[in-house]
Design a binder for this molecule. Structure first.
Ligand code: AMP
Length: 280
């Protein structure tokens, strides 16, 4: 595995490699990330993984400085997965000058759900993802379903800006008790860690009810929020959405749906989502 810090070196190496599969990450790698790397390997082309904590997607009050950085352990994990290139740029390599051009998803996608809770977040995400795509020029990129709205933003960007990159979505990797793996889980104290799987449980319970034909979405959302609040959570949103574009569902058409949720436990903000298996 080659560990690369500079764009110039990255481009030289890529020239000799041919088409690649790309996994962008912010590091502090866990099994969820490594599942994406394994999925990338199934395409039988060289794999590039980036580790970059992107300042553009953090608001001033958020955890950019505190975000866990575990470079050496991350590189050892990638080496063990036979990754071809680990791209580990400094902030100055990605942003050599103050960024004045941005990819801003329309409000209908970028300012709902996560975007409403974190203004500017998806502008930061989309801008850095496009930039990384232009640096790596992969044949495909692998993203986790855990960040479903991020997937939809990246897919829309690729479609609408005619990027010739296949977006592959890998299922959410979970701990044995259902908690979606996340770098931010490391912020949880033992009591919070024991409580944390409730987010998945309430989303799964809602998905079951909706799957069995319950269309009282608002009532289900309120009930799920109340259950979390009762156990000490601060809820940002619990929402039934169309899987395809995260718009509110129609009550008439039978659409594929997902339940998305974000809530804070102590100082730790967790997100998750569950697809609805619609039987009726
Ligand atoms: P991050 O390092 O949090 O920016 O995540 C990098 C990539 O890993 C994104 O595509 C995430 O959606 C994905 N990812 C993070 N956690 C999980 C998980 N538990 N299951 C599947 N994918 C994940």
């Amino acid at each position: 595995m080659k560990v690369v810090h500079q764009l110039r070196e990255l481009r030289q190496l890529l020239g000799a490699l041919g088409p690649t599969s790309f996994v962008p990450t912010m590091g502090n790698l866990h099994e969820g990330h490594l599942d994406l790397v394994e999925r990338a390997a199934t395409f039988s082309q060289p794999t590039v993984v980036s580790i970059f904590v992107n300042p553009l997607q953090f608001a001033p009050h958020e955890d950019f400085n505190a975000y866990p950085r575990t470079r050496d352990a991350d590189l050892a994990k990638l080496e063990a997965k036979n990754v071809d290139i680990a791209f580990v740029p400094l902030v100055s390599e990605i942003y050599p000058e103050a960024q004045s051009c941005f990819i801003q998803p329309a409000d209908s996608l970028g300012s709902i759900l996560e975007g409403a809770a974190r203004p500017g977040f998806f502008t930061g995400v989309a801008t850095v993802v496009l930039k990384l795509f232009n640096m790596v020029r992969p044949a495909r990129a692998i993203f986790g379903a855990k960040d479903l709205q991020q997937v939809r933003v990246v897919e829309a960007m690729c479609r609408q800006l005619a990027l010739d990159i296949e977006i592959v979505v890998n299922p959410t990797s979970r701990a044995a008790d259902g908690l979606a793996l996340s770098s931010r889980n490391g912020y949880l104290n033992p009591a919070e860690r024991a409580e944390a799987p409730r987010l998945f449980r309430v989303l799964r319970e809602m998905a079951r009810a909706v799957g069995e034909g319950d269309t009282r979405f608002l009532q289900l959302e309120h009930r799920a929020s109340a259950e979390l609040i009762k156990h000490g959570w601060a809820v940002d949103y619990i929402s039934v959405r169309r899987l395809i574009d995260l718009e509110p569902p129609s009550l008439i058409d039978r659409e594929s749906l997902a339940i998305l949720g974000a809530a804070k436990l102590g100082n730790t903000r967790l997100i998750d989502n569950v697809e609805v298996d619609r039987r009726r």
